[in-house]
Design a protein around this ligand. Structure first.
Ligand SMILES: [Zn+2]
Length: 238
């Protein structure tokens, strides 16, 4: 089902890999982002930053597993202070909001699109350091401070920006999450809440009732509540 020239609903929902280019065995990005990403990587390299992807494309099924593991308590959930939350003391609604702070609903993750990536720089980390993807690691005091400063200065020149630059009541700040605007804005426009509802209805997602009841609120507060891309983001490929 085509929505516009190139984006179909399966791509929006993470249910196809046809738009992907594999960088390594487990990391894939949108094929139309390949050149921009390579340009970003080589510019970073000139400034002694080895820019790598911790997480690129993620499928619907993978996101579903992450979600269900959090909802069932198999994976720990943390609040914004980094403290672990016990799911058993929460109502289904509270649990849902606690998960949404850091994890998108399957079908609503920007990682489905291949236009969004979580990045880090292994050469700035100690050997054997285990990346947590926690804000402090990217802060002024953290090991990846140099990467943060560099990306804030140059990422826009290659079409990238931070949709979760700061917390605004929905998703927590994610200083590692880069979005390639020329593609991401098309996917964002193609996103459709009723299609998501239909997809989740037929999935094995935990918390289905509370999610479907609150889906419009979820869309407003988390999915569409994004930091605005700076006006200087380059929209054409170099
Ligand atoms: Zn991310």
């Amino acid at each position: 089902m085509a929505i516009n020239n190139s984006i179909d609903t399966a791509q929006v929902l993470g249910q196809t890999e046809q738009h992907l280019h594999y960088i390594s065995e487990r990391v894939a990005i949108h094929q139309e982002m390949k050149l921009a990403f390579e340009a970003l990587v080589s510019a970073a390299k000139k400034d002694a930053i080895e820019l790598k992807i911790a997480s690129g494309f993620r499928s619907f099924d993978r996101q579903l597993l992450l979600w269900n593991n959090k909802f069932s308590g198999k994976t720990t959930i943390k609040n914004m202070a980094g403290e672990t939350i016990s799911p058993e003391v929460l109502s289904p609604l509270e649990l849902m909001h606690s998960i949404l702070l850091y994890s998108a609903l399957p079908g609503a993750s920007r990682h489905h699109w291949g236009s969004d990536i979580d990045v880090y720089a292994p050469n700035l980390l100690e050997k054997d350091y285990q990346l947590q993807l926690e804000p402090w690691e990217y802060s002024e005091q953290g090991p990846l401070a140099k990467l943060t400063v560099w990306l804030n200065q140059y990422a826009h020149l290659y079409g990238f920006y931070f949709p979760y630059a700061s917390y605004q009541g929905g998703v927590a700040a994610e200083p590692w999450h880069l979005s390639y605007l020329p593609l991401a804005q098309q996917f964002q426009q193609s996103f459709d809440t009723s299609l998501l509802a239909e997809t989740l209805k037929h999935s094995s997602i935990l918390g289905k009732a509370v999610i479907l009841e609150n889906l419009d609120d979820i869309a407003t507060r988390y999915i569409n509540n994004l930091c605005v891309a700076p006006t200087n983001v380059i929209l054409e490929s170099q």
